[in-house]
Design a binder for this molecule. Sequence first.
Ligand SMILES: Cc1cc2nc3c(=O)[nH]c(=O)nc-3n(C[C@H](O)[C@H](O)[C@H](O)COP(=O)(O)OP(=O)(O)OC[C@H]3O[C@@H](n4cnc5c(N)ncnc54)[C@H](O)[C@@H]3O)c2cc1C
Length: 442
Amino acid sequence: MIDRRKFIQWAGASGIAFSSVGWSLLARADSKKKNSTKTGTSTGVPANTGIKGRVVVIGGGMAGATVAKYLRLWGGTGVAVTLIERDSAYTSNIMSNLVLNGSRTIGSLQYGYGNLSSRYGVKVVQGEVLTIDPVGKKVVLAGGTSHAYDRLVIAPGVDFDILPGLESSAAQAKVPHAWKAGPQTTALRNMITAMPNGGVFVMSIPAKPYRCPPGPYERACVVADWLKTNRPGSKVIVLDANPGITAEVNAFTDAFYNVHADVIEYQPGVTITSVDATTMTVDTSIGNIRANVLNLIPPHRAGKVISANGLTNTADGRWTKVDVLSYESTTAPGIHVIGDASATTQPKAGHIANQEAKVCADAILRLLSGLALDPSPHTNSACYSPITATTASWLTANYRYDAATASMVPVPASSGEAAARSTKNFDEMGKWFAALMGDTFA
Ligand SMILES: Cc1cc2nc3c(=O)[nH]c(=O)nc-3n(C[C@H](O)[C@H](O)[C@H](O)COP(=O)(O)OP(=O)(O)OC[C@H]3O[C@@H](n4cnc5c(N)ncnc54)[C@H](O)[C@@H]3O)c2cc1C
């Protein structure tokens, strides 16, 4: 177990802990005296590091926005970076559970792409990539325009399976998963506030791997806490496909069996067979359960652009396995996959997506420069989990590259969870979030 002070040093308000990545390239650029004092933008993009290349990034979420920014910041103006994002602004999943209890608005979680273009010179294109041509080295958008690349980074996040019974869009609207923040989050909030006293909120958690391991348990706590005060007598039933709590076991065991024991009923090892959105009933391995609000989080897979272009390569056909020294696909040369869509030993989390993006940016710049890859990258992940409207817990994990297994392995001495939930943790959660989002989008 690590102590709180150390955790804050690694992941807290002073900024997101950087792995050693990137600095070696900057040092190399600085050593080229002719370039060391010039900057191409007011925020430190070097005018010329000697590195040249075209990088296209698909997806402007936690991973894609970070890699685009750091490719420019470390690579300089010779590296042309095009970021292609479907939406005009990004809505953060992180903190979106706090929309459900009314302590945040969905608008407060939105981030534009203006900084990436004006401060770092990233070319931001709004559009959806449909086709990837690895031979012609170009991507094609829904409207037919294409963008050529020397290296491609794909960071599309996840897509969701359709649960049996929820095939129609009308049924899906009645049972929002809200595991991608946006309109579904607002819809779920409205459903919760429309619940009667003594109502039943049923949620499900898919089998691992899914995005944000503590997130569903955090949601159960936030909703239970709100219902306790505002809809007395209500219940939260948690149907977990996993055999037990998958993250922050101490915090959530305390939350489920102590803090919210009067509201939360936790059922591990449950399989969902079908859903009836008309009767608001879910058929499961432990029987039929009827709810006022159904919030079922389906199993995930890499964002569709990956499967549609034949880029999944794991045994289950859902993710892209990558070399974690560069995040290059193990089967598609020149194509890097970062964030939730890649299969690594690290959690699918926004903080890790930011870290993977930096390792990837560093690796691409080295590849464009003909340098060897950094042989020992480090990454870290942090996550704060609200347990009530004023208290939170946290979890952190540090990873190092293990050459024997060619994977990222946790560093036990600097990984662990908070000793107890507290209001101080809750306050620090806001600082951590601001630092992470600033590092990604500002
Ligand atoms: C409720 C909740 C709470 C969470 N809390 C935390 C937390 O406390 N800490 C933490 O670290 N993580 C947390 N997470 C997880 C975190 O949000 C994800 O792990 C993170 O967003 C993954 O980043 P990404 O870049 O891979 O995907 P995303 O952030 O989802 O970004 C993917 C982007 O790609 C775009 N895109 C997809 N396909 C295309 C295409 N074909 N063309 C163009 N654009 C495309 C999408 O529009 C999207 O903007 C939470 C998640 C949820 C749901």
